[in-house]
Design a protein around this ligand. Structure first.
Ligand SMILES: Nc1nc2c(ncn2[C@@H]2O[C@H](COP(=O)(O)OP(=O)(O)OP(=O)(O)O)[C@@H](O)[C@H]2O)c(=O)[nH]1
Ligand SMILES: [Mg+2]
Length: 269
């Protein structure tokens, strides 16, 4: 299983997801990680921490040093051909080292400069080089209140790249998750860590290693749940959250499809 984590949000959420996958099932196949950012702070935090050292392969890419200034264009255009080639070479090495390539996972925020711009550049390059590889993205949507003046532009641009190059988009909205936490739990002061915890619970339960289901083929999920290629934004909830949520769904939810993967197709496994 390969996880590419891009930008601060991508790395922080990606690390939580991977930790949960390992916690739920230590014995399984190993995870290979590429952590990519345009500044050192978050990369170093994980480079030197003693936790999260489970993965059999982990490579850090620091592309630039000042970040992408919350600007999609900086993220997309500032990486030169040589650097993008070295990221792609690492990716090729990883793919060649595994027996069965089950697809690629990318974790990123659609609002940050790196998570939106550099992400767009990387997914475009990956899909062009490996058109048959299934690319799933874990895309974190920003708070509506807007911490960053350019977040709307960044989001629209990265959504356009997502729509074109991703095979399925697991969408996690910070605002929506905060609302759910406020409605379903008792506390009122939630931090970004609580949101990341929520995201990682949901995302890791999707994974073959993160739950009791032996094997979920990513293409299977895509063929069954989003068979129309242009309609591929999925929301994922853990089972307990889903039960609480059903009572809280807005009226317009009829427009979406609510599917319990475990209860439908995979019950017998
Ligand atoms: N859920 C969650 N959202 C985060 C986290 N960190 C940042 N965000 C969100 O991500 C967006 C900002 O993106 P960042 O990941 O910080 O930015 P970046 O991709 O590193 O890009 P630059 O710093 O501009 O180079 C905002 O919408 C934040 O709310 C996190 O740990 N968890
Ligand atoms: Mg950053």
């Amino acid at each position: 299983m390969i996880f590419i984590q891009i930008g601060q949000c991508g790395i922080q959420c990606g690390q939580e997801i991977i930790q949960k996958i390992y916690k739920n099932n230590k014995s399984s196949d190993s995870i290979k990680e590429l952590l990519i950012d345009t500044e050192s702070k978050v990369l170093n935090e994980y480079r030197y921490s003693i936790e999260n050292k489970n993965s059999s392969y982990r490579k850090y890419f620091q592309i630039g040093k000042d970040g992408s200034g919350n600007n999609w264009a900086f993220g997309y255009y500032r990486i030169d051909r040589e650097l993008i080639n070295s990221v792609m070479d690492s990716f090729s090495n990883v793919i060649e080292s595994i027996d069965l390539h089950k697809g690629l996972n990318i974790v990123h925020s659609i609002a940050g400069g790196t998570g939106s711009g550099l992400f767009s550049r990387i997914i475009e390059e990956l899909k062009n080089r490996y058109p048959k590889t299934c690319i799933s993205t874990y895309s974190i949507f920003p708070f509506e209140s807007g911490e960053n003046a350019l977040q709307n532009y960044n989001s629209v641009l990265s959504l356009s790249w997502l729509q074109k190059y991703s095979d399925n988009i697991y969408c996690f909205s910070n605002k929506e998750i905060l609302d759910i936490l406020n409605k379903t739990k008792n506390s009122i002061n939630y931090s970004i860590n609580d949101i990341n915890n929520f995201i990682s619970n949901c995302a890791s339960s999707l994974h073959p290693y993160g739950n009791k289901i032996q094997y979920i083929n990513t293409w299977d999920i895509i063929y069954n749940i989003c068979p129309i290629p242009s309609m591929k934004i999925l929301k994922v909830f853990s089972e307990s959250t889903l039960e609480n949520l059903i009572n809280l769904l807005p009226n317009n939810f009829n427009n979406s499809r609510l599917i319990n993967i475990r209860k439908t197709k995979y019950d017998s496994t």
